[in-house]
Design a protein around this ligand. Sequence first.
Ligand SMILES: CCCCCCCC/C=C\CC(=O)SCCNC(=O)CCNC(=O)[C@H](O)C(C)(C)COP(=O)(O)OP(=O)(O)OC[C@H]1O[C@@H](n2cnc3c(N)ncnc32)[C@H](O)[C@@H]1OP(=O)(O)O
Length: 284
Amino acid sequence: MSTYKYATLFLARNISVNQTRTFFSNLKCLDVTINRENGVAYVLMKHPPVNTLNMQLISELSLTLSNLEKSKCQGMILSSIFDKVFCSGLDLNELLKPKPERVKGYFSTFQELVIQLYGSSFPTVAAMTGHSPAGGCVLGMCCEYRVMKKNSQIGIPGSRMGIALPRYIVNLMSSTIGLRNAELMLTKGKILNTDEALKVGLIDEIANDRTDAIRKAEDFLKEYEMIAPLARGITKRIIRRSIIEDVKMNGAADLENFVSVIMLPEVQEKLDMYMYNLKNRKRD
Ligand SMILES: CCCCCCCC/C=C\CC(=O)SCCNC(=O)CCNC(=O)[C@H](O)C(C)(C)COP(=O)(O)OP(=O)(O)OC[C@H]1O[C@@H](n2cnc3c(N)ncnc32)[C@H](O)[C@@H]1OP(=O)(O)O
């Protein structure tokens, strides 16, 4: 059975049809369904083969978040229809031999998505059905809780790719796992397995499979059913304000800096090699 059919059946098994409504039917890279009873939105990435964050997927995620804010949704589970991969991160093709204006637009759209997801008023959980490298890890860190399927990998290999990360990514990692662990992880470009990620606090729970991941995500959201959404949302915003303000203050300068580094011939060479190795590595 195709992964897509499986995921659709999975949702149907968990929520009966009259309890759900499709939120948007014209999205290419996402399935968005809301459970009418508890107001939880299921946002499933479905951009084959590995949910690479191309401009379309980033834009659809951003549009969906805006609409969920307006719809007073009670919580969101961000997941993937693919069993092996949650999200493979930013599109490496956008980083290779980039045109300055295009690459600026691309990264600024991603930056806006990060702020939107990180600052959303409703509770958010990442049900990571598989590997979550780089931008996939960033999406996870923007959520309030992370459940990851066993035998998956997560981390940000920026240093190994020759990319110096912007401040907001470093800040996000530090706020998730602490300054010391973030320094060790990010300077080495370390990728962790599920047990290591749990130990360091990069994820909150390990799931056996997709169903278990979604169930655990739902259990986390259930804990908020008796909590006043307004008070919760305001508290979340206060806790998250410093990172958001920092991006508002320094995001444009960070972006300029990041783009000028990306364009350097030695960085391009390193990225080219990274892409070559990715395409030619032995698959498991
Ligand atoms: C202010 C400025 C803002 C700047 C923001 C910077 C933020 C920094 C944070 C993140 C940067 C990034 O996200 S860069 C992307 C880094 N991503 C990776 O390194 C992941 C690479 N992919 C993998 O490790 C694996 O693909 C996988 C573990 C995710 C899945 O493995 P699997 O074996 O299942 O699949 P394949 O490897 O065969 O992949 C299928 C197919 O997809 C291509 N692919 C995979 N990932 C990417 C990607 N990120 N971009 C482009 N293409 C990708 C892969 O090459 C295969 O293609 P082919 O079938 O043609 O070989």
